[in-house]
Design a protein around this ligand. Structure first.
Ligand SMILES: NC(=O)c1ccc[n+]([C@@H]2O[C@H](COP(=O)([O-])OP(=O)(O)OC[C@H]3O[C@@H](n4cnc5c(N)ncnc54)[C@H](OP(=O)(O)O)[C@@H]3O)[C@@H](O)[C@H]2O)c1
Length: 221
């Protein structure tokens, strides 16, 4: 039997690293990308840099994946820009435009025969949040998933968005303070933040669900 193969975009996210270890323990072969933080394994990819994208496309062009999972994303308050329209543009690119563009290219090159593309989106793309730019970009991502499946041949790819609330110990969690953690905890029925494990279990559930049941779905956790 052929070993299953997964491509993780944004593999340097701590949540993604946790998932990679889990998949590798289950004998799934994993390729992943990193941007700023360098890894011995993995492929360098800055989705906002044309040459970096071309180099990455060249490297993966001979591969076939059963699943692509995107973790690439960014909160706008981490942005170094001061001009409002530059912030909006940067956040839209990293959370939406550049991600969609690269995924479309991967699909069109037939790298994902009958597989799934799982996007780590955000609950803010459904409910809104204090970070309007980020929420708007994730809302665009969700609507892309919901709409694109109408024209995309499901034999080529199936698209799913997972929309988590704040995840404890993640980079985004660490960029916030006690006040924001409490606000997010209060929004959850059990009064606790999501853990890496909760997110990974949901991703595995999506991977293992029959494609036609979840193609185009926006899944809140
Ligand atoms: N953490 C949460 O509470 C939470 C909640 C809801 C949704 N999410 C979503 O989950 C995903 C992961 O979040 P996280 O908290 O783990 O954040 P993170 O550690 O900052 O992960 C973001 C990933 O995006 C990559 N990235 C950023 N800019 C890039 C660029 N220009 N080109 C290529 N890669 C780029 C980062 O790579 P480098 O680090 O190498 O730059 C990193 O791998 C994000 O999409 C986020 O929106 C997170």
């Amino acid at each position: 039997m052929q070993k299953s193969k997964t491509l993780i975009l944004g593999g340097s996210s701590l949540i993604a690293q946790y998932l990679i270890k889990h998949l590798e323990n289950k004998s799934v072969s994993v390729d992943f990308t990193y941007n700023k933080v360098e890894y011995k394994s993995g492929f360098r990819l800055d989705i906002n840099n044309k040459q970096s994208v071309e180099d990455f496309m060249e490297i993966v062009s001979k591969n076939q994946y059963d699943c692509i999972i995107n973790f690439i994303g960014k909160l706008s308050k981490q942005s170094i820009y001061t001009d409002e329209s530059e912030i909006l543009e940067d956040i839209m690119k990293i959370n939406f435009t550049s991600v969609i563009s690269i995924v479309e290219r991967l699909i069109k090159r037939n790298l994902l025969n009958n597989g799934k593309v799982i996007f780590l989106s955000s609950i803010s793309g459904i409910e809104g949040s204090y970070d309007a730019n980020y929420a708007a970009a994730k809302a665009a991502l969700n609507m892309y998933v919901k709409s694109r499946v109408r024209s995309l041949d499901s034999n080529l790819a199936n698209l799913i968005a997972i929309c988590p609330t704040l995840i404890e110990d993640s980079a985004m969690y660490k960029s916030m303070g006690e006040g924001e953690w409490v606000t997010h905890k209060n929004k959850r029925a059990n009064g606790k933040l999501l853990t890496f494990r909760d997110v990974i279990l949901k991703i595995l559930e999506v991977i293992n669900t029959e494609s036609k049941l979840i193609n185009g779905k926006i899944i809140s956790i």
